[in-house]
Design a protein around this ligand. Sequence first.
Ligand SMILES: Nc1ncnc2c1ncn2[C@@H]1O[C@H](COP(=O)(O)OP(=O)(O)OP(=O)(O)O)[C@@H](O)[C@H]1O
Length: 255
Amino acid sequence: MGIILQAKQLNKTYCLGKDNHLQVLNNVNVVIERGEFISVMGPSGSGKSTFLYNISGMDKISSGSVTFNGQEIADLAEKELSSLRLNKMGFVFQQPHLLPNLSILDNIILSAYLAKQSSRQTINEKAIDLMKKIGIAELAHHDITQASGGQLQRVAICRALINQPKMIFGDEPTGALNSQSAMEVMEILANINELGTTILLVTHDVKIAAKTDRVLYMLDGSIIGEKRIGKYIKRHKDLKMREKILSGWLTEKGF
Ligand SMILES: Nc1ncnc2c1ncn2[C@@H]1O[C@H](COP(=O)(O)OP(=O)(O)OP(=O)(O)O)[C@@H](O)[C@H]1O
């Protein structure tokens, strides 16, 4: 398998003004193996999103080290970093952030055009294929106003997958969805992970975390514990047991 991402002594401090600094990440160490499906939990304000932005190169670390695919992110020039995010990483946020003047298909293929990896025809075929797998092929030529929240989040997942990333980062990807759509999106992410893509997502929801292999618990900018629950096997009884184990563990942590 091997390591895809490693953070060592990662610190992030925001400057709020003269002599006013806020340390949000505090000596965070983490090793993520290829193919893992990880969730990050913890109270509001504990630093989960900041952690995600700093390990994915979306924000600049203050000190320490983050390596992705063996490459030190802080050593990359802005152009190399953009290329890394475009070609090797996929992002899904709480809101899909789609462009309103483009069709759903064009929203999905835009980053593939920017990546310039394949011809226009190949990209279109790949996008349609992805949309079929994710159950939204009929929406290809629709406007984004013609789709539901759950469908738009599937569009965002297709967009994140179009350049075949090594790893997907999700910041509350199911946070704005009703429980049924949230579970459907989680099934899609679990299937993507089964095919080998590493996934890390931030969530407040035990039901979401119960479908991941390992849960990191963040408090006051540090990872203070982790729970390995292994690969999710799609059996209802098994899921209930995983939720129960996780809930007990989170209660111990004071969540
Ligand atoms: N750009 C910024 N400038 C200054 N402070 C920030 C910035 N971004 C985040 N913070 C602060 O960092 C702390 C951690 O925020 P972060 O969003 O990472 O927490 P979180 O655990 O993801 O919270 P939530 O669960 O509510 O989304 C908070 O105190 C927040 O106010």
